[in-house]
Design a protein around this ligand. Structure first.
Ligand code: DLL
Length: 428
């Protein structure tokens, strides 16, 4: 059973809707956003040329730089008086990306968030503690509105304030918790410090996203909290959280709400579309956005698409969990490696805790990488022995030789209580 009929429509029905909405979106963007009019003219595409999603590859891409160049509101398609809400992305460098919503956009967002929560197994009448940050970040308010729309109870704890967060979890019997994966781990540790066992609480699910995490990290969260962890994905430029989510039945790929967001995967170097199943960069086109229509946005997130019907009965396409971004790729002395690959290899050893940092330097034109990682509480061996195992595993599996691996005590690596975790520190 799904929240809305479109989730189980036939592929043909869905396609027809997408064709119609894409043509409307292109025309709307052309008419209302000078940036798109120029970009389409330059690409030699007139809105009448776009009749179906088959034509999408003729459209130019929109990039993060375009958002920055058009800061703050150059990409808006409506007048300011029609904007009901502004959010901004949590960029670490440069200007933030400002995004806008009309009343209708907020309606779509609530709907896709309610669908997402339902797919994750949350039902009207249940209670969700929402520990995503409130404010310009889309996580807090995006979840908040969706939880209410579904008819569930929201406890708006927001990010941080961990002691109170744990009290609320204990006293208000939440069925689900929404927060970043790194904060989930932090809460688990903080609970342990207070001799509180979260596994004894009614909490049965956590909805984690906004940051990448690997399978061993998810297993650690599920074990520590005694929950099922479901991956939710989204980005401000497209709407916020609620672009896609895993279903509780299969927990295998994230269902993309493709009646609102059209996904493609392209080769990150050439921009050429890739066939289903192949890994590349996710590109998204909004199909119903009013305030900020976006054509072929280069998300930078790496994934692949799977069009097979899911065991839950949903027919919408699934995307693979995003474990890396094109701009996370590290090249360490010629070997290409993503931080998530390093994480997975280390955590698979079992004795390593999911807390680590990678420091990159350049010395005499050579890239060097230092890894600092905590061992597990229960680890009985010596740090030297664990270090040797990590080094040899990284060499065997990834052909990467870090310049230094330091194994430290549990708790030594700084935790992230608010916002997104940072694990890679590039000093180059
Ligand atoms: O992080 C929206 C969000 C809030 C998603 C809460 C899920 C839950 P931004 O701050 O604009 O928006 O950051 C978007 O975060 O392009 C990805 O690189 C990353 N990201 C988001 N969700 C996931 C995920 C929100 N489930 C950027 N797995 C995206 C991996 C994710 N990375």
């Amino acid at each position: 059973m799904a929240y809305s009929d479109i989730e189980t429509a036939t592929r043909d029905e869905l396609r027809e809707l997408q064709d119609e909405r894409l043509a409307e979106t292109v025309e709307y963007a052309y008419e209302n956003v000078p940036f798109y009019r120029e970009a389409l003219d330059e690409a030699g595409v007139s809105p009448e040329d776009v009749e179906s999603v088959e034509d999408i590859s003729s459209l130019p891409f929109t990039t993060k730089e375009d958002f920055r160049d058009e800061y703050p509101d150059g990409l808006f398609a409506v007048d300011h008086e029609d904007v009901r809400r502004i959010h901004a992305s949590s960029g670490t460098t440069g200007k933030p990306k400002i995004v806008a919503y009309t009343e209708d956009d907020l309606g779509v967002w609530k709907e896709v968030m309610a669908r997402s929560l339902y797919a994750a197994g949350i039902r009207p009448g249940e209670t969700v503690q929402n520990a995503y940050g409130y404010g310009l970040f889309t996580g807090g308010l995006g979840f908040h509105d969706g939880i209410e729309e579904l008819g569930a109870t929201v406890i708006p704890t927001g990010g941080g304030n961990t002691a109170r967060q744990l009290d609320m979890l204990r006293d208000l019997d939440s069925d689900a918790l929404s927060c970043t994966p790194s904060y989930c781990l932090y809460l688990a540790e903080a609970a342990e410090d207070r001799m509180m066992d979260v596994r004894d609480l009614p909490l049965s699910r956590v909805i984690i996203g906004a940051e990448p995490f690997t399978d061993p990290m998810r297993e650690e969260i599920e074990r520590a909290l005694g929950v099922t962890a479901l991956d939710v994905y989204g980005l401000s430029e497209i709407i916020g959280p609620g672009v896609s989510i895993e279903c509780e039945e299969a927990q295998n790929g994230l269902h993309v709400w493709e009646d609102h967001f059209y996904p493609e995967v392209v080769d990150p170097d050439t921009g050429e579309p890739l066939p289903a199943g192949e890994e590349g960069e996710l590109v998204l086109t909004s199909l119903t956005k009013d305030a900020l229509p976006v054509l072929r946005y280069r998300t930078g997130d790496i994934t692949s698409l799977n069009y097979e019907e899911c065991e839950c009965g949903r027919t919408v396409v699934r995307m693979d969990n995003v474990t890396g971004r094109t701009d996370d790729l590290l090249i360490v002395r010629g070997v290409n490696v993503y931080p998530s690959q390093i994480e997975e290899v280390m955590l698979d050893l079992g004795d390593v805790a999911p807390h680590y940092r990678l420091d990159l330097y350049r010395e005499d034109n050579l890239d060097t990488m230092e890894i600092t990682v905590e061992h597990h509480e229960e680890f009985k061996g010596t740090p030297d022995e664990l270090r040797d195992r990590i080094e040899s595993e990284l060499r065997d599996v990834l052909e990467v030789t870090p310049d230094d691996v330091e194994v430290v005590e549990p708790g030594e690596i700084e935790r992230t209580e608010v916002g997104k975790v940072q694990r890679v520190f590039d000093h180059r």
